[in-house]
Design a protein around this ligand. Structure first.
Ligand code: B12
Ligand code: SF4
Ligand code: SF4
Length: 394
């Protein structure tokens, strides 16, 4: 029988479609697909409180759209359901500890070592939407008016993923999944079909507080609440101007993003590796030496970060972030020389120069302390020799 045009799918067809959406999603590389409605009214007061506290800092885009973030149907009229997906990004040979342990290396958050996820995921979500519309056409039904999002529009992605059963909200505020941990990106496809919805999973952080106590800058100010202004991810990626002085020493060698709250999380112990070749760390960003990264000209920065999320921060913030890491590194004449050389280069503006000066003063202090420690060690050795070799006169 030829289906009628603009047939309205019945509940068994919607059930069948939701199963197909999950299969297609998995075939497209999404580790999990869940479906939820658009009601985020419970999130609105929490989101408003976050804004009222100023936790968004300079991220004006977080405050610009009023409560639209919690109202997907205002963002895309006609939306009835949100198809939420997750895509794993943990690369092979992540080398977390060796990287954090060596202060002469720069630490780059592991989500950013490969290609930018936004485009890749949006394209896959679009394919998912096209497959859905193909199936609807076969039923003789109208298209789903789908719209894909990946961190690309004002929408509260985490609460949507939670409602869709992708995972629970961890105390670090990220979505966590018992089997997959938290090393995944979120994305959504908004559709106008009343598909059956999934059931949220239960929270499993229990009494654990590890992410809160481990955060180097104390950015997780209460369970589930991150003060963006203190988060190293914000400081190194989102903030355009100077990084507050008191936070600089706490950043260590983290020059782009931060993974600490996820690294300490016990749920990540068995997290799966990403199957996407695009998310593997490119060679020039694998355990990179700070001095080499600092020497990149703007042209080299753009070439080495082509297609990566890192490119969006620009060479200026890149130099600013590395200058801080160099200021936090152990005393070294080579670092002082590199900082002085950069200070006088044409690629440096006043903001970056101020960070270089900060790093230089830390290095000079460290060199002085190293000298004093050497002197103290020499004297201690001499005293031991006197006591042993000249006991009568000691
Ligand atoms: C702004 C932003 C940031 C900011 C602010 C972070 C923040 N916590 O809000 C900064 C720059 C600091 C940041 C950092 C990171 N981000 Co970010 N970020 C976003 C963005 C664009 C918006 C998040 C948002 O809406 N914040 C506003 C606050 C109010 O929302 P919320 O934190 O979800 O808060 C809710 C809960 O706290 C909850 N809540 C409050 N009280 C309570 C109490 C209880 C009991 C419960 C259960 C809940 C609860 O209610 C709030 C409102 O719904 C999203 C993409 C998107 N469009 O959603 C990505 C996103 C959240 N980021 C992501 C990632 C990967 C990161 C980093 C890990 C990157 C890195 N390695 O450097 C870090 C992690 C830092 C952290 N612990 O959050 C992923 C998270 C994936 C996941 N598994 O959850 C997202 C979803 C991007 C994506 N598409 O994949 N991010
Ligand atoms: S990403 Fe780092 S700085 Fe930000 S909340 Fe997590 S541990 Fe703290
Ligand atoms: S570290 Fe502990 S409290 Fe934090 S998200 Fe993981 S399980 Fe939850």
């Amino acid at each position: 029988m030829i289906p009628e045009p603009h047939h309205v799918p019945d509940s068994s067809e919607l059930q069948q479609l939701s199963l197909q959406i999950k299969q297609w999603g998995k075939a497209l590389g999404f580790a999990e697909v869940g479906i939820t409605d658009t009601d985020l009214s419970a999130e609105e007061p929490k989101f408003q409180a976050w804004l009222d506290n100023g936790f968004h800092g300079d991220m004006a885009y977080m405050a610009n759209h009023g409560m639209m973030r919690a109202r997907p149907a205002e963002l895309h009229p006609g939306t009835l359901r949100v198809i939420a997906v997750r895509m794993d990004y943990l690369p092979e040979h992540a080398g977390f500890a060796s990287n954090l342990k060596d202060p002469e290396l720069g630490y780059i958050s592991r989500y950013a070592g490969g290609r930018d996820y936004h485009k890749l995921m949006r394209n896959r979500l679009r394919k998912l939407g096209e497959q859905l519309d193909g199936a609807l056409a076969e039923l003789g039904a109208a298209p789903s008016n789908f719209r894909p999002f990946v961190d690309s529009a004002p929408i509260l992605e985490r609460p949507l993923a939670e409602k869709a059963g992708i995972g629970w909200t961890g105390k670090h505020s990220l979505i966590l999944n018992r089997q997959a941990g938290s090393w995944f990106f979120l994305g959504e496809l908004l559709v106008n079909l009343p598909l059956p919805v999934d059931i949220p999973v239960k929270e499993e952080c229990g009494s654990c507080m590890a992410c809160i106590t481990t955060c180097p800058t104390g950015a997780i100010v209460a369970p589930y609440v991150v003060d963006g202004r203190r988060c190293i991810s914000y400081l190194t990626i989102e903030l355009d101007g100077p990084i507050p002085l008191e936070l600089r020493p706490l950043m260590g060698n983290r020059i782009y993003g931060c993974d600490d709250c996820q690294l300490i999380c016990p749920v990540n112990a068995e997290a799966p590796l990403s199957l996407e070749s695009d998310f593997q760390i490119r060679p020039q960003l694998r355990q990179p030496k700070l001095l080499e990264l600092f020497a990149w000209s703007e042209g080299e920065f753009l070439a080495n970060t082509e297609g990566s999320a890192i490119r969006r921060i620009g060479h200026r913030r890149w130099l600013r972030n590395i200058a801080i890491a160099l200021g936090n590194a152990p005393a070294s004449e080579a670092i002082v020389a590199a900082l002085n050389a950069r200070r006088d280069s044409a690629e440096v503006d006043d903001m970056v120069r101020e960070h270089i000066d900060w790093a230089l003063s830390r290095q000079q202090l460290a060199l002085k302390q190293q000298g004093l420690a050497q002197d103290a060690r020499k004297t201690a050795r001499l005293i031991r020799c006197i006591e042993k070799g000249l006991p009568r006169d000691a």
